[in-house]
Design a protein around this ligand. Structure first.
Ligand code: NDP
Length: 314
């Protein structure tokens, strides 16, 4: 195994946190390498319209926002690598060198500092056939797969912002959208609630949970159970969109960094410092509470500044 030149900053992840860190770090003249990972641009690339990111009065698509971030990082000479990282070794010494192993490569990259911005991934329901029928009717992304259900009936599971955004998008393409919510209220922000309540083809099933996915080779329907009336019914649908929240992408760092019980990386209050010197965490991977594009970008900026100060002190 050979070693490449030691860089100042390796960023793992390419969502708003990763790119903000890249812009700040490379603009500060740090030799910066960003690994985009398995979802270039992160989760935001599947968000139809980002309404609440300051600076875009008419909103902007998640994809365009992330493409702009990438161009901006490139302008300051961030080296962008379309590979994932398979192994990390973090030094415990202040000023120590961290090692990163890349997929399909013999070489390892060495870096003085690391910024982890690997984000989070959508949660599974954990019921039978959910994984088997992925791509055969079951989906986590309306923008990606909604088109296949044009003029048909679909269901969305969840009552948060993601679920309502998905339902709103699908309502424009599909005949009927069934929103299945386990509580008797929606958790989503009021503006999205108002938007969805106005849609004539969105039917909300409160106090309901999905008990069965029907179909062998492709999705044909779901059985839902109403906890209040204690009755169940079948909804015949061609698409099932699961939008029940996310889990942090921290598998790679298990037993290497301090994490909470849900797997979020623990950072020192008011900073992005992890328990390892020179290793910083930004975005959803360390944030179980806010999880917004703007807060991710903010902590990405903090991580680059924390890293710059760390290098200056070593
Ligand atoms: P949330 O955690 O906010 O919501 C998850 C929803 O799924 C809740 O209604 C929850 O129900 C339900 N749920 C969880 N587990 C299950 C299960 N096993 N079966 C059925 N239902 C389940 O996640 P989101 O992805 O919606 O949002 C994450 C963050 O991203 C939030 O902070 C949100 O504000 C933000 N976001 C913002 C957007 C925007 O501003 N445009 C767009 C999308 C996301 P319960 O309420 O009962 O727990």
């Amino acid at each position: 195994m050979s070693r490449k030149k030691i860089v100042d900053c390796v960023i793992i992840g390419s969502g708003p946190a990763g790119y903000s860190a890249a812009i700040y770090a490379s603009r500060a003249d740090l030799n910066t390498m960003l690994f985009v990972g398995f979802q270039p641009g992160g989760q935001l690339t599947s968000t139809i319209n980002v309404d609440n990111y300051p600076g875009f009065p008419k909103g902007i698509s998640g994809k365009s926002l992330m493409e702009n971030c990438k161009k901006q990082a490139k302008r300051f000479n961030t080296i962008i690598i379309h590979k994932t990282i398979t192994e990390v070794h973090f030094s415990s010494q202040k000023g120590g060198i961290h090692c990163i192993k890349i997929e399909d490569e013999e070489n390892i990259v060495e870096s003085k500092g690391i910024i982890i911005a690997t984000g989070s991934s959508p949660k599974f329901l954990g019921i039978d056939k959910e994984k088997k029928l992925m791509g055969l009717g079951v989906s986590f992304c309306a923008t990606c797969d909604g088109f296949f259900h044009k003029g048909k009936d679909v269901a969305v599971i969840g009552g948060g912002d993601t679920a309502l955004e998905e339902a709103s998008y699908l309502s424009k393409i599909c005949k009927n959208v069934y929103l299945v919510v386990r509580k008797n209220y929606l958790r989503a922000s009021k503006i999205l609630q108002h938007r969805i309540l106005k849609k004539k083809n969105v039917n909300i099933f409160f106090c309901s949970k999905i008990t069965e996915i029907i179909g062998d080779n492709f999705l044909e329907g779901i059985r839902i159970f109403n906890e209040k009336t204690r009755t169940s019914q079948i909804l015949f649908i061609s698409g099932l969109f699961i939008a029940i929240g996310h889990s942090p992408n921290t598998e790679l760092f298990k037993n290497k960094l301090d994490m909470d019980e849900k797997g979020y990386i623990i950072v020192k209050k008011g900073s992005t410092c992890t328990n390892k010197p020179g290793v910083f965490a930004a975005g959803d991977v360390q944030d179980p509470i806010y999880r917004q594009a703007i807060t991710s970008a903010g902590t990405g900026c903090m991580a680059a500044l924390d890293l710059e100060r760390y290098l200056y002190c070593c």
